[in-house]
Design a binder for this molecule. Structure first.
Ligand SMILES: Cc1cc2nc3c(=O)[nH]c(=O)nc-3n(C[C@H](O)[C@H](O)[C@H](O)COP(=O)(O)O)c2cc1C
Length: 418
């Protein structure tokens, strides 16, 4: 059977891939091209391959130099991908980029997702291409962000799939009820009802506590110092929350609290304030790395004072989720989103699609944070499972409404249960 070249290319175009730039050194100069044919070959010894057209300049130069480097492009490096594919006419493909040599003299892109520096150990003929197998002499993951993809002749990014399930926690009720002067007995009943519905509830903070009998995994305590950990654990909390930027003693203070949490077999969640403010993105991502390295189990990203847009939520989470899942000790991310300008649930959807599965909320949305029953409602409408049954959350919201004597900010608690 003769294969029509157009059909052949169309089929190959359906194969999604990452995008790399393959570079080499020629005399005093550098040369490079965009390549998606990069593949791993062997772990021990570390070998990779690229498959290059025999007619292109890079092919001849790699044959001559015997070395090449592969830089894996990040989601924001489409321009580099185009330029090294010859789709943009430029005098120098390397101009303005962060290129440096490492081991072999072939340049690597130091703000790529990662790079590999190689010496050619095999060159196999493959029709009009050559398969160059390289022994890896140097490698680094420079900037842990989402990669650039190529599919159907278009540049793209990883698809936003929804999670299978989400969980809701309530970290606002305790202080909000105190603010509204709701008696501790009534507040305790509400917290117990939520916990029975599988909602993790903050039952303790430096200003007071609610009855915390029951499954300790559903009871959290907010602490600021290591001295408070023992009381929280003995009081029945199985989860410790700490404001990462605000613990006395900085990193040493945080480390001490985390050690205490481990001593009492508690899960530790560190909160980062104003997490989606674009000006803080670098700081927040660095804090995610640092907290993961310190041994935090969970990192909470709190929208805080500056209203976040879906675009900002997406930009931050896309990188934060990659870092959290690839850190040497993986941590789970949680978000606490406000319901501002009608964008609260849009931001929640964006967070779900960016890989977040844990939402910190407040029953009825009474402190401006997204209502737990609203996040459950959204999950339900998206076909995403949520451990907390809607009936229980709606009943708790109705109870809260009675205590406060007026309608709650939450949007869905009055929607009839179908
Ligand atoms: C996404 C993408 C992936 C590519 N992958 C390869 C590849 O794996 N091998 C190859 O020979 N050419 C590949 N090309 C084409 C080369 O990048 C292109 O021919 C380039 O201009 C060669 O540059 P040079 O002649 O200066 O070496 C790819 C192009 C694009 C847009």
């Amino acid at each position: 059977m003769t294969i029509d070249p157009d059909t052949f290319r169309s089929v190959l175009a359906q194969w999604p891939s990452g995008v790399s730039v393959v570079t080499t050194v020629a005399g005093d100069g550098w040369h490079g091209m965009t390549a998606s044919s990069f593949s791993s070959v062997s772990v021990d010894p570390p070998l990779i391959l690229v498959c290059l057209n025999r007619r292109i300049t890079t092919h001849a130069l790699i044959e001559a130099s015997g070395v090449f480097a592969v830089s894996v492009l990040a989601k924001d490096q489409t321009v580099i991908g185009r330029r090294f594919a010859g789709q943009e006419r430029v005098a120098d493909r390397f101009a303005g980029g962060a290129w440096q040599t490492r081991v072999t003299g072939a340049p690597v892109l130091t703000d790529a997702v990662g790079w590999l520096d190689c010496r050619v150990v095999h060159a196999y003929a493959g029709g009009d291409h050559t398969i160059f197998v390289g022994a890896v002499l140097g490698a680094a993951t420079e900037r842990v962000v989402a990669p650039l993809l190529f599919h159907s002749r278009a540049w793209g990014q990883l698809a936003d799939v929804l999670p299978d399930a989400v969980g809701v926690a309530d970290s606002g009720l305790l202080s909000a009820l105190r603010h509204h002067a709701v008696p501790a007995g009534a507040a305790g009943t509400l917290a117990t009802a939520l916990r029975a519905a599988g909602v993790r509830v903050r039952v303790r903070d430096p200003h007071g506590c609610l009855t915390s009998a029951g499954d300790r995994r559903t009871a959290t305590a907010l602490v600021a110092t290591a001295d408070e950990v023992a009381d929280a654990a003995l009081g029945g909390a199985g989860v410790l929350e700490l404001p990462a930027g605000d613990t006395s003693g900085g990193a040493a203070g945080t480390r001490h609290i985390l050690e205490e949490a481990r001593r009492y077999d508690m899960t530790a969640a560190c909160w980062l304030p104003d997490a989606f403010a674009p000006a803080r993105a670098g700081e927040v991502l660095a804090a995610v790395d640092a907290l993961a390295a310190l041994g935090c189990d969970e990192i909470g990203l709190d929208e805080g004072a500056e209203a976040a847009s879906p675009r900002q939520v997406r930009a931050l989470l896309q990188d934060a989720t990659v870092r959290a899942s690839t850190s040497p000790r993986p941590v789970s991310l949680r978000v606490r989103l406000r319901d501002r300008h009608g964008l609260g649930l849009v931001n929640a959807l964006t967070a779900m699609k960016s890989g977040v599965r844990h939402f910190d909320t407040t029953l009825g949305g009474i402190d401006g944070v997204l209502a737990c029953e609203d996040v459950q409602f959204l999950a339900d409408r998206l076909g995403v499972a949520c451990d907390s049954p809607r009936a229980a959350l709606v009943a708790a919201a109705a109870d809260l409404e009675r205590h406060l004597g007026g309608a709650l900010p939450g949007r869905t608690y009055r929607v009839p249960i179908s």
